[in-house]
Design a protein around this ligand. Structure first.
Ligand SMILES: [Zn+2]
Length: 380
């Protein structure tokens, strides 16, 4: 049995347990917090509690009955998990082929949710909830529950990815609550939703996860300790973000990136922002495959930021401090010896600036050239 329990979210779970124990479950919930911290797992736990045929006295799922098993396998007829997906309407696909590819990606993602404890979907293209997705959700809610008077649970992951028409279709669903229907929205930020949607939901807050937990999750996926530790440090408490560098996009064609790939990215980050071998930015970007992949470029910037943060910590706190780049301690120490504090904090600030610039569509090559110039790097 795959561990489907949620870890390090005691506040959120406490709130849900309290409402289950008094048998007072809301009609619509908004689970908000960073990506990949357990919102979907918690929603699935609540769904099992509502669908379970012999819940505990406290109203929690027994995790032994057939209803619990079906819900855990995402095959319960009264449970629908809606995840945002890219349109797949590119690369010469017909509309029908695109819809088929999208359905296949959905089935693949759901199967992995049901079987892997630390799965978080990764997409190369922007995933969305379309108005058609919401129409299907509405149809699901209108059907009679399997058990007489039983619940029907709709979980919408990444609710901020609803298109405008989809959000309005969903608002209609919210405005006409039906008995026994429970809607659970997951979103990173409340403000990314229509205020009319957010105000109709009970809010449950989820927190970033501890780095040590994320590092163990990566190690459980076969990532070696030093890399796991570094990737965990980069992830800002999000399992989804920690896993992304080792996960093949569901809408891509390539194989899953591996640790060697992460090492390439790390080397590129070093060559661009710590010790450029020459002023040849373009070659380094190409070797690191960073020119056309903004997400990958932002990961490289984040790696450089964490290198300098380690330098800063070592400089301030001294030799015994734990570093994200533990395996590069010698390089971190060399940088700590040669860079004065103001230069260090300036480099970190500049890197954060170029990450923001690239997100608002400045080209990667220009951002690097500008950063290298302002950091005093690039010209040997
Ligand atoms: Zn059960």
């Amino acid at each position: 049995m795959v561990p489907t329990t949620v870890q390090h979210q005691e506040d959120a779970l406490g709130l849900l347990r309290a409402s289950l124990s008094v048998g007072h479950v809301g009609h619509s919930y908004l689970f908000h917090g960073p990506a990949g911290v357990g919102k979907t797992r918690a929603a699935l736990w609540l769904a099992r509690a509502l669908l379970c045929s012999s819940p505990t006295k406290a109203g929690e799922p027994c995790d032994a009955c057939s209803a619990c098993a079906e819900a855990a396998a995402l095959r319960h007829p009264d449970l629908e998990l809606l995840l945002p997906l890219p349109s797949f309407r590119t690369e010469g696909r017909t509309e029908k082929q695109a819809d088929e590819a999208r359905s296949a990606a959905r089935a693949g993602a759901l199967a992995r949710y049901a079987s892997e404890p630390f799965f978080a979907p990764v997409f190369a293209k922007q995933p969305v909830h379309t108005v058609d997705d919401l129409a299907r959700a509405k149809q699901f809610l209108s059907m009679t529950p399997q058990r007489d008077g039983g619940a029907k649970v709709l979980i919408i992951k990444g609710a901020e990815a609803m298109t405008g028409p989809a959000a309005h279709a969903f608002l209609k669903i919210l405005e006409e609550p039906q008995p026994g229907r429970v809607l659970i929205l997951g979103a990173r930020q409340i403000r990314a939703l229509l205020p009319t949607i957010a105000s109709r939901c009970l809010h449950v807050r989820f927190r970033p996860l501890p780095e040590s937990f994320l590092a163990r999750a990566l190690e459980a996926r076969g990532v070696t300790k030093p890399t796991a530790r570094l990737a965990a440090a980069l992830s800002q408490g999000s399992l989804g973000r920690a896993i992304a560098p080792f996960e093949a996009p569901l809408d891509g064609t390539g194989a899953a990136p591996d640790e060697g790939d992460f090492a390439t990215l790390r080397a590129a980050a070093h060559d661009l922002f710590v010790k450029p071998p020459s002023a040849a930015i373009v070659g380094t970007l190409r070797r690191g495959r960073l020119e056309r992949d903004r997400g990958r470029f932002l990961s490289a910037v984040s790696l450089a930021v964490h290198f300098y943060r380690d330098v800063l910590r070592l400089k301030i706190l001294g030799g015994d401090v734990a570093l994200a780049n533990e395996d590069r301690k010698r390089e971190v120490a060399a940088a700590a010896a040669s860079l004065p504090l103001p230069a260090l904090s300036r480099r970190i600030r500049l890197l954060e600036e170029i990450a923001a610039a690239v997100q608002s569509n400045v080209t990667v090559a220009y951002a690097v050239a500008s950063a290298q110039h302002r950091m005093g790097l690039g010209v040997p």
